[in-house]
Ligand binder design. Structure first.
Ligand SMILES: [Zn+2]
Ligand SMILES: [Zn+2]
Length: 316
């Protein structure tokens, strides 16, 4: 059945590609024996199809890049390697970061920076760090009672929105946030309007405090905005996801704590203002979950050692 889907995907059958993506999100190991065939047919996109690639397929992709025969496909091939997160892929990306492969002059970023597309990064000490979690829970929307004392956005005067309020004392929350190292309460507040224009940071403490970061820089293109009430919902912990890849930025019920982001655009893991390193991914809240016409998704990030949280937004 998978072979059939691959044959159809090779002639750009969108339904077949969608079905393959669903397998990659639900049970990626099912694709592992077929990825060589996918590569033979030059189906390189979406790169997440390759997340469970074995050493043979990873090696073939590396050889193809080193061979330099298809420099115009370099971007796709690097994103594939990032998604595999395979040790061979990691060492190749490290090597190309100082010895760029053919076609690299057309890239916007260094080869090693592709790692973030696959949800990992290499720190200043050279060690690898996974930005995403292996455990995920659905976030279900509860009606929120608006706090009269809610802080307001210094840019647009809207009441700030409690996009997430959880406590790792709850084992499920602790599991979903393990990769972040966070322990305690976590309140992530943001402006639902201004976060659509730039990454908004706040300083957070394990006591559950959240403070607008005074270093947030208002984009010059952000004119005067009329204040608007935030979504009247508070995301609460729902059932466990059967795989860490089941968040959806599009579908109702797609909001998720932990696991991996479903990016609408390229991966956009936020930089921590404290240390300059990429922040850990915490979860996403899809517009479809709180608004009938909702689109786009808010992505939540955390950097425990520095006490920073961030929210950014993507739409199609
Ligand atoms: Zn605002
Ligand atoms: Zn930091």
């Amino acid at each position: 059945m998978v072979e059939e889907l691959i044959q159809k995907a090779a002639v750009e059958d969108d339904n077949a590609i969608e079905e393959l993506c669903q397998i990659a999100d639900t049970d990626p190991g099912r694709l592992t024996p077929h990825l060589g065939s996918l590569l033979d047919r030059d189906v390189l996109w979406p790169a997440k199809l390759y997340r469970s690639a074995d050493a043979d397929v990873v090696r073939r992709v590396i050889e193809r890049i080193d061979g330099g025969r298809t420099p115009e496909r370099l971007n796709h091939l690097l994103v594939i390697l990032a998604h595999t997160a395979h040790p061979l892929a990691e060492s190749a990306l490290r090597r190309w970061s100082t010895q760029p492969p053919a076609g690299a002059d057309e890239l916007h970023i260094n080869a090693l920076s592709y790692a973030r597309e696959g949800g990992w990064t290499v720190g200043p000490d050279g060690s690898r760090r996974d930005l995403c979690g292996s455990t995920a829970y659905q976030l279900v929307m509860r009606n929120a009672t608006r706090r009269a004392d809610s802080p307001i956005c210094p840019w647009c005067a809207s009441l700030l929105w409690a996009a997430l309020e959880v406590d790792t004392a709850e084992p499920a929350v602790g599991a979903a946030l393990t990769h972040t190292g966070w322990s305690g309460r976590l309140l992530i507040e943001t402006c639902h309007l201004c976060a659509c224009y730039t990454t908004l940071y706040s300083q957070v403490t394990p006591a559950g405090a959240a403070t607008w970061w005074t270093g947030n820089t208002r984009p010059s293109y952000l004119g005067s905005t009329t204040p608007e009430d935030p979504p009247a919902v508070a995301p609460a912990l729902g059932p466990a996801r059967p795989s860490p890849y089941r968040a959806s930025a599009w579908d109702r019920g797609g909001s998720t704590l932990g696991g991996w982001p479903d990016w609408i655009q390229d991966a956009e893991h936020a930089d921590c203002p404290g240390c300059g390193q990429l922040m850990d991914y915490v979860g996403l809240i899809g517009g479809a979950d709180f608004d009938d016409y909702g689109e786009g998704a808010y992505y939540l990030h955390l950097r425990q050692p520095c006490g920073f949280a961030a929210v950014n937004y993507q739409q199609s």
